[in-house]
Design a protein around this ligand. Structure first.
Ligand SMILES: [Zn+2]
Ligand SMILES: [Zn+2]
Length: 136
């Protein structure tokens, strides 16, 4: 049997997880606003185009400020940045992985080549310690 999950760090990680949850969903609206404004810049009315450009810039700035405030999801045990691709442990089930790309046990995709992280973080992808129950 392989080495299993790492130590339980949920209590230590809870404040960061809570802070992260508070920031994650609201960052979606400036993103959407930016896209809508960008489409509006192709409008046939010059005044609307200018307004759309200004609004797009504003939403982009809002997004940047919000992203700056999102706490970094760093492992409390090994300080590994858990939002990037998992190294040796599956971030969803915490089991040790021998191959990269997909967890053999829960089939979670654990690489972050895409803009959106395809996995939820429940365990550290490096040392395998337990950080959250629901996943971030
Ligand atoms: Zn897994
Ligand atoms: Zn770790």
């Amino acid at each position: 049997m392989l080495a299993l999950r790492g130590p339980d760090k949920r209590a230590e990680f809870a404040p960061i997880a809570e802070q992260y949850r508070r920031f994650e969903p609201p960052t979606h609206w400036p993103m959407r606003a930016f896209v809508v404004c960008l489409i509006c810049t192709f409008a046939p009315y010059p005044l609307l185009r200018i307004a759309a450009c200004a609004a797009a810039l504003l939403s982009l700035l809002t997004l940047l400020v919000m992203l700056r405030n999102v706490p970094k999801l760093e492992c409390p045990a090994c300080h590994y940045a858990m939002t990037i691709s998992a190294r040796s442990h599956c971030p969803e089930c915490g089991m040790q992985m021998l191959e990269k790309g997909r967890c053999k046990r829960c089939f979670a995709r654990v690489l972050t080549a895409r803009a959106r992280r395809p996995f939820k973080i429940r365990y550290c992808g490096n040392c395998g310690c337990h950080v959250d129950n629901v996943g971030l």
